[in-house]
Design a protein around this ligand. Sequence first.
Ligand code: PLP
Length: 369
Amino acid sequence: MKKNIMEYFVPWLEGIKMYISPHIELAWKNPSLHRMMSNENPLEPSEKVLEAINKYARMGNRYADQGTVVRSKIAEINGLDGPENVMLGNGSSEVYDMIWRSLIVPNQGEEIIQHTPCFGIYKLRAGIVGAKLVSVPMKYEDRQLKFDADAILEAITPKTKIIVIANPNNPTGNFMDHEDFIRIAETGIPFVIDEAYVEFAGLGKSKIGMIANYPNVIITRTLSKAYGLAGLRFGYLLSNKDVVAKISATLIPWNVSTVTMWAALAAFEDTEGLKKRVDFINSQVKYIEESLSDIEGLTIFHSNGNYILFDAKGTGKKGNDVVAYAEKNGIILRPQPEMYGSDGFFRITIGTEEENKMAVKIIREFLTS
Ligand SMILES: Cc1ncc(COP(=O)(O)O)c(C=O)c1O
């Protein structure tokens, strides 16, 4: 008997749809709207990066190599032995996919623990590889969202294959304590530390030093945030060489384009370009946090990234209404799902100076009206 085509697909894809980010779609369709929703960098690539893009665009007819030059540069920046400690991905989102793929046996109830609220792609890729996602909530206390390492450790079962933590976390903007990293790493379970935003506070905050003592520690980074190259798609993973070799076995050949690889090298070499972006964003985080700090009932989650989370519940306003009001006034902000009994959450991404001024005015107007 002939089977329906749909019966041939792996069962764990049931119900999963293509990921479409509605706010990014909206922004591309309406270029006049201000993009303050996806943790992009408002500054365009530096001249040095643009030169590399232009130069290597002319070699767009050639396949990329395995990226030894840029991987060596990354190893050097991070004090690692060499390119064998570094794997490249088409953005760090692809890197999570490869980590999950190389550790999870599909549809066996194997578990990935994440700490919520957090970046949505961990969950998405968990579904695709047939993993069971376990979400452990942070604690909402004293107007702060705090890491809860005890709860993470309690959530571990014999089926736990991966624990993933973003440091600093998106959307909460805070870092987990070093002792908690040690406690989790001590379990020996593959421990992914997502450092997508670490450059804003500096590499001194990185957990890179743990790689030498903990073979289960895997660090991920991206050029999408502080380096401001989200559209180029360049992420990477750092770990000991045996783990890198295993995960690299899942690499799709030529996953990072020739242009992107060399543009990434230019970005790493352009330390002035990075400093300019980091200084600008940090000063603007301070500006926005300070400018809104006097609004009664508004909880501001101090951020070490290029975004700030707010809970407006105490003002009597809903986060979704803030977002809708901002959009009517030309700014796309990021709504957040209801959590901890509050529908007041929303997130802003740092924009240009003018955009930040505009956003402060609009948010204040709405919350104090
Ligand atoms: C915590 C976190 N990790 C990773 C990423 C993804 O970055 P990439 O563009 O490298 O896929 C994001 C993007 O918003 C993020 O917030």
